[in-house]
Design a protein around this ligand. Structure first.
Ligand code: APR
Ligand code: PHB
Length: 395
């Protein structure tokens, strides 16, 4: 049996970032990831970072390429009722957003780990957690044909929605909140210049659309689609025609199309598990919460969890105090619920739920309020760029 300070389950962005931050401060970690590095890097996910996430990646020493290649955005467009309205995030909040794909973050993190002497176990199978309630919990796993056992002080469950960590907590100690939204998103990635310089969120009678990007030559577009839709129903031509139909004229006319390099359908789900700590096990990122992608909060929430947990673990090792660790769940959940509320609200504001005209007219009135009222715009912008758990004025 080997010994380590922190065992991290899952080598997605949460697990690798936590490991990176702890190792920089001298804490020993092991990361156990079920898949290969190539598989994890091949997953296409969102790509919009709050500035607090940008800061954290820089603090972790993995931000150099992001600062070179990422695109800072000071605003976004809302399109509704045949018009567009620009929300100036920077002037409303003092913050911008950064366009930089999660796939790239994953690569940067994995490169940093490889450069510092790899301690990520890729293809770790049968990961299991033991003795969470003792001061020396254990993790067992198999690599190839060899069984391993690691004793540690803390376990970080960074293994996503389908991982083993949350499942290891007895049902009576965890409360699950869930809402499945009655539609999905079909997303397409294509090597074509984006239709506009900033993101466009579209409320349209035919359904929601989102124009995003990965670079000046690579676009990411999404359309609301039925929950049970199949990708085979969406040849590229149909996708582009439908996107054009939902865009305001000035953008529809300028849309450049091309072959998709990735296309997938994802359900929209809100999910929160609480508390986020059980004994020596801490849940982080998608293992504890999922938001619909409308507010682009998933990765940012995961990064915020990592920041709070890494501070708690460092305080424990450097100052012998468990105060921050004891506060982890409450601090993380305060932000999680705010982001869950915003993501749910922004989804209800922009998606088509039924043929009912009353609901649609209410959406338009609320979008109009954001466009016309300084207070409406500020409330939207503050949430979009990321609310900290303490109100800004108090800091
Ligand atoms: N054993 C080992 N690894 C596991 C296990 C397991 N039993 N189960 C899952 N994993 C791994 C997955 O293979 C995956 O690589 O855990 C990792 C979890 O990564 P993500 O699902 O990306 O979750 P997280 O790291 O929390 O990333 C934050 O927020 O909204 C999202 O898109 C955003 O994926 C991003 C996430
Ligand atoms: C993305 O670029 O993938 C993206 C951007 C903004 C969102 C969701 C997804 O709200």
């Amino acid at each position: 049996m080997s010994k380590i300070q922190v065992a991290i389950i899952g080598g997605g962005p949460s697990g690798l970032l936590l490991s990176q931050l702890l190792r920089l401060q001298g804490v020993e970690t092991i990361v156990l990831e079920r898949h290969t590095r190539e598989h994890v890097e091949g997953r296409i996910r969102a790509g919009l970072l709050e500035w607090s996430t940008v800061d954290l990646l820089n603090e972790a020493g993995v931000g150099a390429r992001m600062m070179r290649e990422g695109l800072a955005h000071d605003g976004l467009e809302l399109a509704f009722d045949g018009r567009t309205h620009r929300v100036d995030l920077r002037s409303l909040t003092g913050h911008s957003m950064m366009v930089y794909g999660q796939t790239e973050i994953q690569k940067d993190l994995a490169d940093a780990h490889a450069a510092s002497g790899d301690h990520v176990v890729w293809e770790a199978e049968n990961v299991a957690i033991h003795d969470i309630h003792s001061r020396r919990p254990r993790v067992t796993y198999t690599r190839g044909t060899i069984n391993h056992e690691v004793e540690c002080d803390f376990i970080a469950g960074c293994d996503g929605f389908h991982g083993v960590s949350r499942e290891s907590i007895p049902k009576e100690f965890i409360t699950l909140h869930e809402r499945i939204h009655p539609f999905g998103w079909i997303g397409i990635l294509a090597n074509v210049p984006p239709v506009a310089g900033e993101l466009i969120y579209v409320n349209h009678e035919r359904g929601f659309a989102l124009c995003s990007m990965r670079s000046r030559s690579r676009s990411r577009y999404y359309l609301q689609c039925p929950l049970d839709d199949d990708i085979s129903n969406w040849p590229d031509d149909r996708f582009w025609d439908e996107l054009r139909a939902r865009l305001p004229c000035e953008h529809a006319n300028g849309l450049i199309t091309g072959s998709s390099i990735e296309k997938s359908i994802a359900p929209l789900r809100s999910f929160v598990a609480e508390p986020m700590r059980f004994g020596q096990l801490f849940l982080v990122g998608d293992a504890a919460h999922i938001v619909p992608p409308t507010g682009a909060k998933g990765l940012n929430l995961a990064a915020a969890d990592v920041r709070v947990l890494s501070e708690g673990i460092l305080e424990y090792y450097h100052r012998g105090s468990e105060t921050l660790l004891d506060e982890y769940s409450n601090r993380a959940l305060a932000r999680v619920w705010r982001a869950t509320r915003f993501s749910w609200w922004f989804t209800t504001l922009t998606h088509k739920f039924s043929e009912e005209t009353f609901a649609h007219r209410l959406q338009l009135a609320e979008l109009d309020y954001i466009a016309e009222s300084a207070a409406g715009a500020k409330a939207f912008a503050e949430n979009y760029v990321g609310l900290d758990e303490t109100p800004r004025q108090a800091r």
